[in-house]
Design a protein around this ligand. Sequence first.
Ligand code: NAP
Length: 293
Amino acid sequence: MTAKIIDGKLIASKVKDEIKAEVAEMIDNNLDTPHLVAIIVGEDPASQTYVASKERAAKSVGITSSVYKYPADTTEEELLKAIDFVNKDDDVNGLIVQLPLPDHINVSKVIESIDPAKDVDGFHPVNIGKMVAGEKSFVSATPAGVMELLKRYDIETEGKHCVVLGRSNIVGSPLSILMSKKTNPGNATVTLCHSKTKNLSEITSQADILIAAIGSPEFVKNDMVKEGVVVIDVGIHRIPADNEKGYIITGDVDFDEVSKKASYITPVPKGVGPMTIAMLLKNTLSSLKMEYS
Ligand code: NAP
């Protein structure tokens, strides 16, 4: 079997086109349009790049984007004040605080200070709690992107055995919950694996759907999966290579091997990655419309 490719780049661009069309209609009808604020503290180059690409993507669909930059020595109190200011700004309906934050700032306190109605990253405990309870909430962008890919490719999940590799708060755990919900996609029987899981290959070999989010390059090999498995690879790794760029981008799955057995597979890059920003923009639009996923 040769796997069909789940083209995240294509779906992300469709999602963005849909958002763009909705925002254009809002402008035509003289309605308020979405406004996303990103707060960034410090000079971490990766964070600067992420925020810049979020800003570019927002502008490309007509979403107003503002970036508030603070120096690395900003105190927790100053940051909380800045968040409070944005929380109270009726013109803003989406607020993200780029992580990681400098060590002297308590991340939980910061996340909990964001108005849950503007928490388009879906990290606030209120949104996490609502997601767990199956209520409408902001679902964080990467898990939401995975669910969107399964939906758009019409992949049957009901009654399937979904194995999630990794239990992080931002990827593995929420995905295990979303896949087990009485929804479509969802209604799967879920096994959540982590570093203390025994007989991992035995479990992954039973998966109808395998979601890999462990942060270990090409960890999932051919002999760990069964024929026909649907593979979603969330991992992103830059590996030094002897090519023009000096590196290759790879995921948590050995794509060349596993794609020979899988029915569907997400590539890395151009799989889950592009969906993340698209879903952040979708959350920002939903926030204005007060329609949560
Ligand atoms: P993380 O916080 O490091 O969590 C990794 C999880 O994998 C942990 O639960 C860990 O178990 C588990 N794990 C590690 N090694 C394992 C092993 N050998 N066997 C079984 N489980 C193992 O990672 P993350 O933030 O979820 O990210 C995962 C990957 O996705 C990374 O490559 C990251 O770059 C990528 N990512 C991509 C996007 C995107 O937009 N596409 C977004 C976020 C993350 P313990 O809990 O026991 O330690």
